[in-house]
Design a binder for this molecule. Structure first.
Ligand code: SIN
Length: 509
């Protein structure tokens, strides 16, 4: 038995680990250690560090992006404490990009009213943060190359995790506190900026354990994911458009798409071209020092099959699933509705991003809320250990669920949605299975199915266009819909009061 078991080794999970008191036993279980989204993050980290900037402006930009759906209290905490944590990391030697005079080289991105994006290694900020935090946590106990089968729940409390290896052997780890830090859902879609590890397992684990989930329908699509022959090659960071890249057709003719409009507007404009049968390209030919400033984009150009277009600096781009604003309902400290279970990072939904996340606020969320979660967990572990019940022994058996292709999900649950979502959702009933009875060989498909069915159900209920997505059949955002879709897997209802905007809640299950 350990005191704290963290599922996932991205920036959120490792930030919690780094800030737990050293007297608490902590175990990190994860897939391959360097496989997650945090390593891939090309964007930077937003913090109002410039003398001309203020946290009030950062907060206002966050609220605007979130489209009347942000929890203002959490967002205020994020921007205020974000500055402190970034300063602490700089003090610890984090290698931020600097100007020749040694001052921070702060960049700007769409929907930011000020220069406040801190980068490292040009477009390799995620890699550098992960290297930094991995060094801080390298003495902690880890089990790698495993996946999570299910959460152990007894006496109304999460009491541990069941993990399995490539050979499908299941092992149970008991823990006083379990932290879900499993990241996003991009791998469920055919076009995505995310790593293969982002398959939404955490949502299904939480759902089956009985924790509430919210805002699942809010998925952000990045306008410029490089795609060739229907395959994703990688993300082309927004900073490239900030540096002058523009949209064009295959012949280099410019297209009337504003490269610096808010992310959802640009994504929709690009997607409309593709849906009419025209491929869209990003023209990076005129960017000074591209190789040096954007080493990842240089690699993307090298990976392209069509080297003729690559040599002209034209990258085929299409919107791809990028970030999930919804997730396991959590308070500002990561506490979920299930005692003993916390959620941090992208898998959590604290309301901090509302219906659309402001660019470069996600690494910040990992740092700030990860830190706060560590404090809350340390406090919780001071109280006496709750009783552990004997876990019943069940022999898992083979099991089968319907498979939903990545392409189908991209078509129905993409940046542009329509009435087809209703029928699609009805074909995927949300079901709560007894996971203990499901063999490890089948559990991944079950988690994928569950997550897809939950996302689809929530999206079918939101009959309006808000934040990151647009519904052709409901093109407006409506006041009647200033509310949340919350999944309660035990069927109970709960009055939910938002801190910023009074909202109504619509209970899904
Ligand atoms: C990007 O670099 O374009 C992505 C940054 C982010 O999503 O925060």
């Amino acid at each position: 038995m350990v005191e704290v078991c963290i599922i996932g080794s991205g920036l959120a999970g490792l930030t919690v680990a780094a800030h737990l008191p050293s007297n608490l036993s902590c175990l990190i279980v994860s897939d391959a250690a360097t496989s997650g989204n945090s390593w891939l993050a090309q964007g930077g980290i937003a913090a109002a560090l410039d003398s001309s900037d203020t946290t009030e402006r950062h907060l206002a930009d966050t609220l605007d992006a979130g489209d009347h759906h942000v929890d203002g209290e959490v967002a205020r905490y994020l921007v205020e404490y974000g500055k402190e944590f970034v300063r602490e990391a700089l003090h610890q030697g984090f290698p931020a990009d600097r100007m020749p005079d040694g001052s921070l080289n702060l960049g700007t991105e769409a929907a930011h009213s000020s220069k406040r994006i801190l980068h490292a290694g040009g477009d390799q900020t995620g890699y550098h943060w992960m290297t930094h935090i991995t060094e801080l946590t390298n003495k902690l106990q880890r089990i790698e190359n495993v996946r999570v089968h299910s959460l152990v729940v007894d006496n109304g409390r999460c009491q541990g995790v069941r993990i399995y290896s490539a050979s499908h052997e299941i092992q149970t780890i008991f823990a006083r506190v379990v932290i879900l830090a499993t990241g996003g859902i991009g791998d469920l879609f055919s076009v995505t900026s995310n790593s293969r590890a982002a398959s939404g397992t955490g949502l299904s684990l939480a759902y089956h354990a009985g924790a509430a989930l919210s805002d699942l329908e809010f998925i952000q699509f990045h306008p410029t994911v490089a795609v060739e022959d229907n395959k994703t090659i990688g993300l082309v960071t927004e900073a490239v458009r900030g540096a002058g890249a523009t949209f064009c057709d295959v012949f280099g003719q410019s297209l009337p798409i504003n490269p610096l409009a808010p992310r959802d507007a640009t994504a929709r404009a690009v997607e409309e071209y593709w849906q009419r049968g025209f491929a869209v390209y990003l023209n990076v030919a005129h960017i000074d020092n591209l190789d040096e400033r954007f080493p990842t984009i240089k690699e993307t150009l090298q990976k392209m099959n069509n080297q003729q277009l690559a040599s002209l600096g034209r990258i085929p781009v299409r919107p791809g699933a990028h970030f999930h604003m919804g997730g396991v309902s959590a308070d500002i400290t990561g506490r979920t509705s299930l005692p003993g279970l916390y959620a941090v990072g992208e898998v959590a939904c604290t309301g901090v991003h509302g219906a659309n996340r402001l660019a470069s606020n996600s690494l910040l969320e990992c740092l700030v809320l990860g830190n706060l979660a560590a404090k809350a967990i340390a406090e919780e572990c001071k109280s006496p250990t709750p009783n552990l019940d004997l876990i019943r022994e069940i022999l898992p058996t083979p099991f089968q669920v319907k498979e939903v292709s990545r392409r189908k999900l991209t078509e129905v649950l993409g940046v542009i949605r329509d009435e087809h979502i209703e029928a699609f959702s009805q074909s995927l009933p949300v079901t709560r299975w007894d996971l203990e009875a499901v063999a490890a060989s089948e559990i991944e498909s079950l988690h994928r199915y569950t997550t897809v069915s939950l996302l689809t159900k929530a999206a079918s209920l939101r009959t309006e266009s808000r934040g990151a997505h647009f519904r052709k059949d409901h093109p407006e955002a409506t006041d009647a819909w200033l509310g949340k879709v919350i999944v309660h897997s035990d069927g109970t209802e709960q009055l939910h009061e938002r801190k910023l905007h009074a909202t109504k809640e619509r209970v899904l299950l």
